[in-house]
Design a protein around this ligand. Sequence first.
Ligand code: SF4
Length: 379
Amino acid sequence: MNGALALYLHWPICLSKCPYCAFTSYPVCSVNEARQKEIGVLLLRDLQLSMERISYSSIGSIFFGGGTPSLMSPSTIGAILNYLDKHYDLSDIEISIEANPATFSREYLSELKSLGVNRLSLGIQSFQDSELRFLGRPYDGYQALQAAHMVSEVFSNYSFDFIYGIEDQSLSSVQDNLTQAMQFGVPHLSCYQLTFEENTEFFRKKQTGKIRPIDIETEATYYKFIEDFLASYDRPKYEISNFAASGAECYHNLTYWRYGDYLGVGVSAHSRLTIDGAKHALAKSSDLFQWGALNPLWDEDVVLTELDQLEEILLMGLRTTEGVIDLDKKISPDIVESILSQDKLNFLRAQGLLKPDQLCLTDAGMIKLDSIVEFLCCD
Ligand code: SF4
């Protein structure tokens, strides 16, 4: 039997589709109430069937993500937690949910809390009306502020998400967003740079010149500002885009970055699981109807070689300020030595990209994460 498992549940419905979003999600107007209920039942069924196929002694964390899981009914969340509670000890684990500011009341948050949810991640993105409009978010700055108030009153462990690098966004607007966030004393923040993923409206607009992404220098200036500003509030970076007070780091996400096992259930959810001693990369179907048939349980199932795993370990671990830890417990030493030659490591250290005596990037190295992993893993 394997050790602890991180569990991710994907709720694929949102109020509307944000123009920069590449996640699998459906606008609520296209999914009637009966179908939403059915998706809730299927999600629980997917969880039950998936758990029966694998073997883990405990659950380390639960994360309701999406999509917009704050559109899930408390009865669906309750049924899922009830099922898990019958089989595992959930008394002391992190149970997180993502929430969109336009979707909940104080009563809803209190209900989540009484069901056992103990961490909430609020997707604010900005407190500025113009930026929210640009991002296609279905609320304004005032509603964002009200939502932040409610969350901070109901939960002690919570996070705010922001997006920076929005067209025409000034540094003072970035500062204003973070200043307002810190007035709540928020223990954890995620700050993501606006990206232009394929198959999104923003990607098409960028291709046709209707949106101008910010230039690299401005992006670097904003990132450095965020890092320094949040460090001055004792919310240092612990991952490229994540900042937290000591002890408020997201345990669930740390499991991904430390390359622990996780099960993702729901449409298009991904997993990394140990089955019969081998590490598998699995994915649920990204088609809602195919996924709903739950047969097969996974659309993709690939056994990862040690080399694949090493590449993933580096990509994940080097995102964090703790770097890659316990590599010798995950990959055989001969594979590690054959890939991570001292010459390559020394070269990166001489360039000031890798810290001495650790597999951990410097601030300068983190910005070049993808090319460093490629450099380390290619012959
Ligand atoms: S609310 Fe989140 S998941 Fe839904 S469309 Fe917007 S960014 Fe994507």
